[in-house]
Design a protein around this ligand. Structure first.
Ligand code: NAD
Length: 307
């Protein structure tokens, strides 16, 4: 068996077509979608991501404002910027790029966000709503994982509810921004879900967990972590990792957490890196930004049809 490729670019294009219509409808009603991107320091990956989002926002006619701060920015500097952005009526969504400098308390910055503009659901109120299964916003990367998977199931003619009810999902990586919300989304679909972090690997048992999976979601930030022996034959493998790898020719390439060459002959389906989860993530974030522009102040209504 050779895994079929889960084409994230095609999935993103379909999502983008719906987004263009949403932007047009919102503008007809006088809505003003706008994304603020806050960063501190000079992390290469964060800078690339920020620039990509600005380009994409411009393509969709969505306002955008970058607020790059130096690595020496203080907690008070960041909170000051967040307060300004919260009050700006032209900005419906605020994204705080990680990593923040080590002297900054990330959770205090997240708590300062207006929950109605917190499109990545990092404010405790939004993280709580997501865990309860009634999200205001669904964080873009785990949302992209499940949107890609739902799209795949639809194309395969699978009944989604039937598939999730009988399936075992293992999520490798347990960050607040990717792994934990992915677990919440699996639970919302009433699948059986297991969360695995670095300790399972250190205690020698990663494969014991991952081989249990009908769907294996990998978000650890470790290139080549998942190899054929970690995967049960026919499993769907979704690679979230984005890592820079220097080849023997000295060229730097982007690779995932899955060793695609060894896993592809064993898996039923595999999302590639690049071209898998990433493109869907970008469009999803803009979609949340557009939907945030139609939120009334104080509203906690669920914005997205897929929890
Ligand atoms: P993180 O560093 O915040 O968290 C990593 C998690 O993986 C931790 O829970 C850690 O315990 C676990 N882990 C580390 N080594 C492990 C191992 N050997 N075995 C099992 N678990 C292990 O990272 P993050 O922000 O969650 O990102 C994870 C990966 O996803 C990174 O490569 C990142 O670049 C990528 N990412 C991709 C997108 C996208 O749109 N595709 C978006 C965000 C992050």
């Amino acid at each position: 068996m050779t895994a079929r490729v889960m084409d994230g670019r095609a999935c993103a294009r379909a999502l983008a077509a719906g987004l263009a219509d949403e932007v047009a409808r919102l503008r007809d009603r006088g809505g003003r979608p706008g994304l603020a991107i806050v960063s501190a320091g000079s992390d290469h990956g964060a800078a690339l991501y920020g620039r990509r989002l600005q380009r994409l926002s411009a393509e969709f006619g969505i306002g955008h404002a970058a607020r790059p701060l130096p690595a020496t920015a203080t907690q008070a500097d960041l909170l000051g910027v967040i307060a300004e952005l919260n009050a700006d009526p032209d900005l419906s969504g605020i994204l705080v790029l990680r990593p923040l400098p080590p002297h900054v308390d990330e959770s205090a910055v997240f708590r300062a966000l207006d929950p109605a503009k917190d499109v990545e659901a990092v404010h405790p109120e939004n993280a709580g709503l997501l865990t309860l299964g009634v999200p205001r916003f669904v964080p873009s990367t785990p949302a992209a994982v499940f949107h890609l998977l739902d799209t795949w199931l639809d194309a395969a003619g699978e009944d989604r509810a039937d598939f999730y009810h009988r399936s075992r999902i293992v999520v490798v990586g347990r960050s607040n921004t990717v792994g934990k919300p992915a677990v919440a989304l699996g639970c919302a679909r009433e699948a059986s879900v297991e969360s695995v972090d670095v300790w399972a690997d250190r205690t020698g048992g990663l494969g014991r967990h991952t081989r249990w999976a009908d769907v294996l979601v990998v978000a650890a930030g470790r290139p080549g972590l998942i190899r054929a022996e970690h995967v049960t034959p026919g499993a769907i493998v979704i690679d979230v990792g984005i890592n820079a790898s220097t080849g023997s020719d000295g060229r730097v390439r982007t690779v995932g957490d899955v060793d695609a060459a060894s896993v592809a002959p064993r898996a039923g389906a595999l999302s590639p890196v690049p071209g898998g989860v990433g493109p869907v993530t970008d469009v999803w974030l803009l979609r949340s930004t557009v939907r945030a522009a139609s939120l009334r102040p104080g509203s906690d209504r669920t914005l997205l049809e897929v929890p």
